[in-house]
Write a protein that binds this ligand. Structure first.
Ligand SMILES: O=C(O)C(=O)C[C@H](O)[C@H](O)COP(=O)(O)O
Length: 330
């Protein structure tokens, strides 16, 4: 099974020792991004993965490519242009202090400036079964929007399975007007088969009425011919944090049991969930098992440093089978 992701590769700078930026001079550097995180996880589950993106044509781009290879992602579809790579700083959270992300300018990255016509999408899709597109491309530049649209359209035409993640980030859309963003999402959704998002994406961004979930998802998936709609959410019970997921198919919502969270680093939780769902669908597990696996993968990812999950299927099953009670493997 060959999976391709399209999206921005970013450098993440994490302040070491759980300090805040102001307190520290030390940063840890990793290569991340929605596509990277998803593919890293899928590569560790045993699938062939590659990413279609643009890296700067300099040592920074080479460093990112080396990190991608280390995560098990093929470098075959990487393009090298321009000078800049997007980046962000992370201050880890603790107790009352939330984890915090500060983006650097992403709009002048090599990826953000690449013209849609300069990609050879036809060639990139050869031998590919599943294409994943990150919704952040709709928020960045005219070029990334056009590229995401063109790829979605072509992949759909070529009968590839198209996955799309809303990935709506308020902080990246302060300059974008609601109606404009709504139109952008409305134009890509008709090409999507598997969609990741939340109820809020449908009611808040696409202006559907806030009604019962089954009716809402039925209407929405019917309007855009979406085969699978899945997402995760956080809940709080008796002062504890839990993570749970849903999956909608045809006329039914499946819900996972909530799993308790003990967070070390929560960035990448959505991508870990999505890779778990894609795995369940590829393996043709039933939807309840698929959700259990996806939630477990994400709970493990949130108990680990960095965005890109590196758990094997066995690691995830071990966590499920031991009900999370095993805290030493030797
Ligand atoms: O911020 C961005 O734009 C990125 O692409 C970097 C992050 O790795 C993903 O966003 C993680 O996404 P979640 O799984 O939703 O936490």
């Amino acid at each position: 099974m060959n999976i391709l992701a399209f999206g921005e590769v970013l450098i993440r700078f994490t302040v070491t020792d759980k300090m805040m930026l102001e307190q520290s001079d030390n940063l840890n550097m990793t290569t991340v991004g929605t596509g990277v995180n998803l593919l890293s996880s899928l590569a560790h589950f045993g699938y062939n993965t590659s990413i279609l993106t643009v890296l700067p044509d300099n040592p920074l781009g080479k460093k990112a490519a080396a990190d991608l290879r280390k995560l098990g992602i093929s470098d075959r579809r990487l393009l090298y242009r321009g000078k800049n790579i997007g980046s962000f700083f992370v201050e880890l959270g603790q107790g009352a202090r939330p984890e915090r992300v500060t983006y650097q300018d992403r709009l002048s990255s090599a990826f953000s400036l690449m013209n849609a016509d300069d990609y050879d999408f036809e060639k990139a899709l050869v031998g590919i079964d599943i294409v994943h597109i990150c919704g952040i491309s709709l928020s960045l530049t005219r070029q990334t929007r056009r590229a995401a649209m063109k790829l979605a359209e072509l992949a759909h035409e070529r009968n590839k399975v198209v996955c799309f993640d809303f990935n709506y980030r308020f902080s990246l859309n302060e300059q974008n007007n609601h109606e404009v963003m709504k139109k952008r999402y409305q134009s890509i959704l008709p090409y999507v088969d598997i969609l990741f998002g939340s109820k809020r994406d449908i009611t808040g961004l696409l202006d559907y009425p806030n009604i019962d979930e089954t009716k809402l998802y039925e209407q929405f998936c019917h309007d855009y011919q979406i085969n699978i709609f899945a997402g995760s959410k956080r809940t709080f019970i008796d002062g504890k944090k839990f993570f749970e997921g849903f999956l909608f198919h045809h006329d039914k919502v499946y819900n996972s049991a909530p799993r308790e969270l003990n967070i070390l680093d929560r960035i990448g939780s959505g991508d870990a969930f999505a890779s778990g769902v894609i795995t369940g669908l590829l393996e043709k597990w039933d939807f309840n098992d698929t959700l259990e696996f996806a939630i477990a993968n994400s709970v493990l990812a949130q108990a680990s440093m960095n965005d890109s999950p590196i758990f094997s299927k066995e690691d995830v099953f071990h966590y499920i089978d031991s009900e999370g009670k095993n805290d030493l493997i030797r």
